[in-house]
Design a binder for this molecule. Sequence first.
Ligand code: HEM
Ligand code: HEM
Length: 128
Amino acid sequence: MSKISVAFFGAAVLYALTGMCLGIFMGTTGDHSLSPVHAHINLLGWATLALMGTFYGLAGAQTPTRLAWTNFVVSNLGNLISLPLLALLLKGDTSVAPIMGAGEVLLVLGMLIFGVSILSVARKPALA
Ligand code: HEM
Ligand code: HEM
């Protein structure tokens, strides 16, 4: 399997472990105030990155490597900026909102780059 695919899955597992631990914390304490953080660590971290890794795994040798690594860096930066700041925002620190917004822009940009990667693969001649 390609390095880019392994990187996406490796990162996805780290988000899943973090999101699950937060879920267990919420379940045991009864404090669900960080539920949106838990949901999005799992959905933007685990689910989204694992789907992207799956696509690059399937694309194999047709993967546009530079675009795929840019996708990896931008999507992870978006997660690492926006998710901890969402936690701070939910705990009452509204001053983080603009930087969190910048993280969200990176998340959208990462998804756009992923879309461009898909188009790039689609334009290559199909392998047997
Ligand atoms: C050990 C694993 C997990 C535990 C213990 C756990 C626990 C929880 C808890 C306690 C809540 C709050 C429920 C509420 O406030 O009503 C929650 C919400 C949620 N969880 Fe998990 N979770 C786990 C894994 C996952 C995974 C893997 C995903 C997604 C791939 C996920 C997605 C969500 C979503 C989307 C919500 C929000 C639901 C809503 O707002 O209605 N969780 N989880
Ligand atoms: C830039 C990306 C995203 C932003 C800014 C965003 C924003 C939001 C917001 C503001 C809410 C309402 C939270 C609340 O009512 O407390 C929400 C809920 C939700 N979002 Fe997202 N979202 C994003 C990406 C995603 C993705 C990629 C998925 C699924 C793969 C997803 C799944 C959900 C679910 C299941 C809920 C309901 C659970 C909850 O209330 O916590 N979101 N999102």
